[in-house]
Write a protein that binds this ligand. Structure first.
Ligand code: A2R
Length: 309
């Protein structure tokens, strides 16, 4: 099986390359000129804002499966750069879909969206099913919802083999510090090295989110590529939300240093949703996947990463 990963220079890309390599795939992966990919694969430079380059690459590589990971992936940054977020996540995704339509070969596309797309839901709507109405509450979420809806249209109107993923929070070693587990672990590593006072800056601690280890996430992506049903939307997550406070306390408990925390208004989101927790029975039914790695292990791996860095 031949796979092409678009946007593999980011956090998830390396893990997905390794997962697919482990299962005998021929792996091709794209990155921006400013990035490098260290893992074993055939590397290509690609900017998804250039549609003709995508078509050329699809016709050259002729993969069986395409994973579209390229994105402006930060909710926080989407408040600051709404145009950029819409351009990359919506127009960029349309470019990928158009390229899929125009390419010589029929290929399966896995479009990576987000659990953020559900947005303001009633607490009693949890666990959230894929059929739940989308009510996105930030620019990133809107951009991902829009890309997913357009993907669905390409499946229906052009009969393209497309699977739409709504991935909930994921974490692990190597994730950028703007994501909460990485943020706390980096701060703890800095405190341990004496680079900062023993006080972690936090945002809203009562919000509950569903965290999955990145190794489990890429296993889900591989299985969806192999067994997912074309045109379907799949939630990918643990199915058990925990509070950010739990994440903070777990991370602090892994340190020998006595650490306190303080709320930083800069870290509070312009609008935050109390609980986001998915129903993950669809992916389990069709692929047998469920999250296996504990959240404590993910936090411990991430802390070790920052300690070494
Ligand atoms: O923004 P950068 O310089 O970190 O580059 C990101 C890259 N990217 C692009 N690739 C091709 N053409 C573009 N115009 C373009 N703009 C940005 O996509 C980055 O290397 C990659 C996405 O990786 P991360 O931001 O690290 O996201 P992660 O955590 O790997 O998540 C993968 C997917 C994304 O669609 C997320 O929105 C979703 O899973 O949760």
């Amino acid at each position: 099986m031949k796979a092409l990963i678009i946007g593999a220079g980011g956090f998830v890309g390396g893990y997905l390359i390794r997962e697919l390599n482990n299962y005998g795939y021929e792996v091709h992966a794209t990155h921006l000129p400013s990035e490098t990919i260290k893992d074993n694969c055939c590397r290509h430079v690609l900017d998804i804002m250039k549609k003709d380059d995508i078509i050329k690459l699809f016709n050259e590589v002729r993969p069986d499966i395409i994973y579209h990971l390229a994105a402006q992936s930060s909710v926080a940054l989407s408040w600051k750069k709404p145009q950029l977020t819409a351009e990359i996540n919506i127009i960029g995704s349309i470019n990928v879909l158009e390229a899929l339509r125009e390419a010589e070969k029929d290929m399966r596309l896995i479009l990576i969206g987000s659990g953020e797309e559900y947005g303001f839901i009633n607490e009693n709507a949890c666990p959230i099913k894929e059929s739940e109405n989308l009510n996105p509450s930030n620019i990133y979420a809107v951009s991902k919802a829009c890309a997913g809806m357009i993907g669905k249209i390409y499946h229906r109107a052009y009969n393209k083999d497309i699977i739409i993923v709504r991935a909930f929070n994921h974490s692990g070693a190597g994730q950028a510090e703007m994501f909460v587990i990485s943020d706390f672990c980096k701060q703890i590593a800095e405190i341990e090295k004496g680079l900062k006072p023993p006080e972690i800056s936090t945002g809203n601690l009562s919000a509950k989110r569903d965290f999955t280890d990145v190794h489990d996430i890429v296993r889900a992506y591989r299985l969806l590529g192999e067994k997912g049903i074309s045109g379907k939307i799949y939630n990918v997550g643990r199915g058990k939300a925990v509070s950010i406070e739990y994440i903070l306390n777990t991370a602090i408990s892994l340190s020998e240093v006595k650490i306190t925390h303080v709320t930083d208004p800069e870290r509070l989101r312009a609008s935050d949703i109390p609980v986001i927790e998915p129903d993950v029975s669809e992916i389990f039914r069709d692929t047998g996947w469920k999250a296996e790695i504990s959240i404590e292990k993910t936090i411990s791996d991430t802390l070790e990463y920052w300690r070494k860095k």
